[in-house]
Write a protein that binds this ligand. Structure first.
Ligand code: SDX
Length: 435
């Protein structure tokens, strides 16, 4: 990387400082290259939550948190959500360009013909309790894919990486639908090659052997848009996990399983499930009349209560995905004749109250992608505990694109952070009688 600007570090006790190159991206904050800091000063930086740390160089997704802007390979999410479908977006994230009609057709065919899972995986599901959380099942089944697909585990083989990407994108909907069917005691529904990606998923979720399943194009389009909105998001916690796992040379299925596990947390991808549970609880306690008491609890640090679906490490303005998700809510609820859905009305009232409250305004806390996604997924018939699985399904392409970018980097090294040690210095083991 070329650079002219330098950052100079000095110490108030006069100990030797150092100078570091500063690099600029195409857009976004500059970075100070501190890779030689420890060698030159014997000191580490300290940034536990990565509040000010760029962990990699990437060309995939850009977020401007102040403007509330999200670009996939330079294309605004608002345009992709309206003009493209999810598989086009997958192609874009993986290859860096939107596909031509012919490229799209070939990509869709590849994905379509990999949607089935190895038949023995169905037995894998039998090992879980029926009431297991679907994310526990997904963590297990995605990791287990490395036990079935031995022919694509050489991460330095471009062909292997590509077929693993196709298999993961293609099979995630099948695995999520299988987790759902298993939890309700219904038979697994096989994918169909004559259906599009999102229609295939809806059919695997909701069809049963007793009657024909009718695809609702409006609902399918809504789901497809939800997948686009969740496809990638720069170096979030789960993507950073996938990169770190991949940096050790672990196979792609193991890396994506690590991403699934990280996404599960309520501070991350688990927020959509937590947000809907929060709205249900508020509704049960009295709905809009109880918003004041609830907000007071959120503002009380000792309550441990957060307004789920609000706040973001990067967005200090509206999450553009939240606005698009709210529009999708309207479309789906209107299509289903649920315009007066009480939870949607409660969410909009809660959003209005929070956005006018100084506690949220001063901390720049705005609705994020998870605030409305639970409401629209519930309207689509998706059970609450499956919301984060849908998020993982959508994010798989973002994880793979980042994993590929990292593996292809000639300077790539295993990620190995250091620490500020605050434990015991060297001491002697005493015989147990003297302890
Ligand atoms: C996702 O990183 C990504 O890009 C993630 C994601 C993706 O696509 O991959 O966008 C998906 O994970 C979205 C976020 C979903 N999580 C939630 O909705 C859970 C609720 N939100 C919070 O837990 C929180 O806002 C985080 C975790 C999202 C961000 O936390 P930060 O950046 O560490 O901010 P913070 O906790 O330091 O908060 C700053 C202040 C604190 O108050 P003070 O100490 O300054 O008094 O804001 C407060 C926090 O207590 N705060 C909240 C709040 N979020 C932050 N107070 C009440 N409710 C909230 N939701």
């Amino acid at each position: 990387m070329s650079n002219e600007l330098k950052a100079t570090l000095t110490f108030s006790d006069g100990s030797p400082g150092a100078e570091f190159p500063v690099y600029s991206g195409t857009i976004g904050p500059d970075v100070i290259d501190i890779r030689k800091l420890y060698a030159q000063t014997g000191k580490f930086t300290f940034d536990p939550g990565f509040m000010s740390t760029a962990a990699c160089e990437s060309a995939i997704t850009y977020i401007d948190g102040d403007k509330g802007e999200l670009l996939y390979r330079g294309y605004p999410i608002e345009e992709l959500a309206v003009s493209c479908d999810y598989l086009e977006t997958c192609y874009l994230l993986l290859h860096g360009e939107l596909p031509s009609a012919d490229q799209k057709s070939r990509f869709v065919t590849s994905v379509t013909y990999h949607t089935m899972v190895h038949e023995q995986m169905t037995r894998f599901f039998q090992g879980f309790r029926r009431d297991a959380h679907p994310m526990a099942v997904l963590c297990g089944s995605v990791g287990a894919m490395s036990a079935f697909y031995h022919d694509s585990l050489d991460i330095y083989n471009l062909e292997h990486r590509y077929i693993s990407a196709i298999r993961l994108i293609a099979k995630m909907p099948t695995l999520v639908a299988m987790a759902y069917k298993y939890s309700i005691g219904q038979p697994f529904v096989y994918p169909r090659n004559d259906l599009g990606y999102s229609a295939n998923f809806m059919r695997m979720m909701f069809a049963n052997p007793c009657e024909e399943y009718k695809v609702n194009d409006v609902l399918v389009r809504a789901l497809d848009r939800i997948l686009i909105l969740h496809a990638d998001h720069e170096q979030n916690a789960s993507t950073s996990t996938v990169r770190l796992a991949g940096s050790s040379g672990a196979n792609p299925f193991a890396c994506i399983a690590a991403g699934v596990a990280t996404l599960w947390g309520p501070a991350h991808g688990g927020a959509n499930e937590a947000c809907l549970l929060m709205l249900n609880e508020l509704q049960a306690q009295g709905g809009a009349d109880k918003i004041g008491d609830f907000i007071a609890k959120v503002k009380d640090k000792h309550s441990g209560v957060k307004l789920m679906g609000f706040g973001h490490r990067v967005y200090k303005n509206f999450d553009p995905r939240a606005k698009l998700m709210r529009e999708t809510c309207y479309e789906v609820l209107n299509e289903l004749g649920l315009q007066d859905d009480p939870l949607f009305k409660l969410a909009m009232t809660l959003e209005k109250v929070a956005l006018e409250d100084d506690y949220f305004v001063t901390r720049k806390l705005y609705p994020n992608v998870d605030f409305y996604s639970g409401i629209v997924q519930k309207a689509l018939g998706i059970p609450t505990d499956l919301f984060t699985c849908i998020f993982a399904l959508a994010r798989t392409v973002g994880w793979i694109a980042n994993w590929n970018e990292m593996i292809s980097d000639p300077d790539q090294k295993i990620g190995r952070p250091r620490q500020l040690f605050k434990g015991n210095v060297r001491r002697q083991v005493l015989p147990i009688g003297q302890r």
